[in-house]
Design a protein around this ligand. Structure first.
Ligand code: MN
Length: 708
């Protein structure tokens, strides 16, 4: 095994001695952690984090970023924990290392363009601190530079990922030099033969026209000097991958692409850019329609320059870029140029505002050059994301608005999944539907056939799709269910009036509907179900018109039967949340206008009060003998305050065959804590079973059903 390379401290000379000492310490730490590990090439592993730190030093990043770069693989590949890094190097460094490790864990699979875009956004959104992305990019650059040592299949996969994900991110952040190097390297590994042929042709063509190029450069320099514009003029070498792209996209031959001569003019300030442009247009003929002013209207990544195409001597097409030194620095290193180490404490604390600073500088560029809403949108989406990016179980990435919950995700996948969802798994763990999603989460929705949207969801969904689907569902369902309940209430009223088997003919119905001012029989029934019409009144109207008001047995009052509650009536029948009745409880029903039937426990205090005030609203109800679902009810549990007690209680409840719908806890008290559970049980004896099981726990002090 080769020796561990020494640390060349002179590369970090732009930093303060204290920072350099930390870097040396981090290098020792990383070397010890990676001891015995080697890279594919046979070198000691620590040579890789060192190379990454050196790349970042070339970009002039601050000390924390460099320390984090040296440690960027220790959490992944060794037993070192985040806490240890935090203890030794401080929390900011530990957060950076943790951020990079998180990015390493998510994997890009799909080859679709739209998915690649989402994946890039997800990476940017996950890296709260721009330095995390910069470390990741430097890591990728070094891996690409040393990719030849890796097995062919992996080489192709890494190269493709670099081309689709990392090079565009570098471009988005304005890291131009990096962007091109990543593209060149990726291309050379994806298409080695094409790369070799084009590289050879480029070298040959360059040799052949050296003389012409020299003449053009001299001509431009002379003209600018004459115009009194101090400038640095340099020929631009074309990147092999961009030549290849142009050949493919525009169906051009190699020489058609390559013969265009690229030239860059760098001047001192903005007015000089336009002066230089004027001078060049006087020297060579500009091609109409090719002039672009990216100074007035910068590109989305902040890039600024003047671009113009000219016809040079001997008819050589010239492709000119004119910009200031400052613009040039931004074009080469983009966001990193705002990260460059400045050395004093002031700028260091300003740096901690990370993305904010960059955004600020972009805003300044923007305010000088007028309005471009789209430009601002772009910056915002990338670095202050309003969106979260999450995975479906099949690895598809979906973007949702920030704050979106599992319910939003379910509706985004499919309306039916939304309508039937009951729970969600986030990264394999069961969570409540209201759980807010985070970047990179992998989400699986649990559905069941009988499940249906809940009005409570409307309080926490964020997407318009979820909202409108839930509303629509509730509206139609409520109407259907109310009509069904109305039919039963009417049947009860007819029974009470002495007509146990209603034999109401169409004619009577038509008349009753007309008399009620309703549009249909269903509307009348729904109105009854919603408490907008009294069933007795409708019954009387139906019977009177057919002359059957009096019952055949002459005793219209004796057959009043109560309404049977099955628990499957849906929204037309609500179980009061003040007392949460369950089968086995004595119950009463109240009909309120527009609310339908609300079922209370008979001794519920709220129900008793309301019965004194409005006795007419109350009707007899009873439970069906075999209720077909589980019912929520509330339990107050007082426990001794100790670690893990919630988990114990919760698992005991689950063990007893009951689901937990909600948990709330009182603020920490010294000895006892009160926990409030909403659990689902089949009936009273099931609840009794759950309570007995809980009482067996030594931690449980007191236990009672919670009312109000
Ligand atoms: Mn690495």
């Amino acid at each position: 095994m080769a020796a561990v390379p020494p640390l060349d401290q002179s590369r970090f000379g732009y930093l303060k001695p204290a920072d350099v000492a930390q870097i040396a310490e981090a290098y020792r730490f990383s070397g010890a952690a990676h001891a015995g590990q080697t890279r594919r090439s046979g070198e000691p592993y620590v040579s890789h984090p060192l190379a990454v730190a050196e790349i970042l030093a070339d970009w002039r990043l601050d000390g924390q970023a460099l320390v984090a770069a040296l440690l960027h693989d220790v959490m992944e590949d060794t037993s070192v924990t985040k806490a240890e890094i935090s203890d030794t190097f401080g929390k900011p460094v530990a957060d950076l290392v943790d951020g990079v490790s998180k990015l390493d864990k998510i994997e890009f699979q799909s080859a679709e363009d739209a998915q690649a875009e989402n994946f890039r956004k997800m990476l940017l959104a996950m890296a709260r601190d721009v330095r995390v992305i910069l470390i990741k990019l430097a890591d990728r650059l070094h891996n690409m530079r040393t990719l030849a040592a890796v097995a062919p299949a992996k080489r192709r996969r890494v190269a493709r990922e670099t081309m689709e994900i990392y090079a565009p991110i570098a471009n988005r952040l304005g890291l131009n030099e990096l962007f091109h190097e990543l593209q060149e390297l990726a291309f050379s590994h994806m298409h080695p033969l094409r790369y070799r042929v084009l590289a050879k042709a480029t070298r040959a063509a360059r040799r052949n026209r050296r003389e012409v190029v020299g003449k053009i450069e001299a001509g431009i320099k002379a003209k600018l000097a004459e115009a009194g514009v101090p400038a640095v003029v340099s020929a631009r070498e074309k990147h092999i991958y961009s030549i290849y792209r142009k050949m493919i996209e525009k169906h051009l031959s190699f020489s058609e692409v390559h013969d265009i001569f690229g030239c860059r003019v760098i001047v001192n300030d903005v007015p000089a850019c336009y002066l230089a442009l004027g001078a060049l247009h006087a020297l060579y003929k500009p091609i109409p329609g090719k002039f672009k002013d990216y100074i007035a209207i910068p590109k989305a990544n902040g890039y600024q320059s003047l671009h113009t195409d000219l016809i040079g001597p001997y008819g050589v097409p010239l492709d000119m870029q004119i910009r200031t030194k400052q613009m040039h620095r931004l074009a080469d290193s983009g966001v990193a140029s705002h990260w460059m180490y400045k050395g004093d404490a002031d700028s260091l604390s300003a740096m901690q505002k990370n993305t904010h600073q960059w955004l600020q500088s972009l805003l300044e560029i923007q305010s000088q050059s007028g309005d471009s809403q789209e430009f601002l949108e772009h910056v915002k989406v990338d670095l202050f994301p309003d969106e979260v990016y999450v995975f479906t179980p099949k690895g598809r990435i979906m973007s949702l608005p920030r704050g979106a919950t599992a319910v939003d995700f379910a509706y985004a996948v499919h309306t039916d999944i939304g309508n039937k969802c009951v729970a969600a798994k986030v990264n394999g763990e069961l969570v409540a539907l209201r759980t807010e999603l985070r970047n990179g989460d992998r989400i699986e929705i649990v559905t069941t056939g009988y499940a249906r949207p809940n009005a409570a969801w409307l309080q926490y969904v964020r997407t318009a799709k979820a909202r409108s689907n839930i509303r629509h569902f509730l509206k139609t369902m409520q109407y259907d269910e109310s009509a069904a309940l109305g039919a039963r209430l009417l049947e009860q009223a007819l029974k009470a009036a002495g007509h146990p088997q209603p034999t109401i003919d169409e004619e009577s119905w038509d008349r009753a509907v007309r008399d009620s001012g309703a549009r249909s029989r269903r509307e009348v029934l729904a109105d009854i179900g919603l408490g907008r019409r009294l069933p007795a009144v409708v019954a009387r109207r139906l019977l009177r018109k057919t002359g059957r008001e009096r019952a055949k047995d002459g005793n219209p009052r004796n057959a009043a039967a109560s309404i049977v509650i099955r628990g499957t009536e849906g929204m037309a029948v609500q179980l009061a949340i003040c007392c949460r009745p369950i089968p086995g409880d004595a119950i009463l029903g109240s009909m309120k206008k527009g609310q339908g039937l609300v079922v209370h426990v008979a001794e519920c205090r709220q129900a008793k009060r309301s019965r004194r005030i409005e006795p007419d609203q109350w009707i007899d109800v009873e439970w069906d003998r075999r209720p077909s679902r589980m019912f929520p009810t509330a339990l107050r549990v007082v426990v001794t305050n100790q670690r893990g007690v919630l988990a114990k209680v919760a698992s005991e409840i689950a063990e007893a065959g009951s689901n937990i719908d909600a948990i709330s806890m009182e603020e920490d008290r010294a000895v006892f804590t009160t926990m409030l559970f909403v659990i689902e049980v089949g009936n009273r004896s099931h609840l009794a079973r759950v309570m007995r099981a809980l009482l067996r726990l030594p931690e449980v002090e007191r236990l009672a059903r919670a009312r109000e």
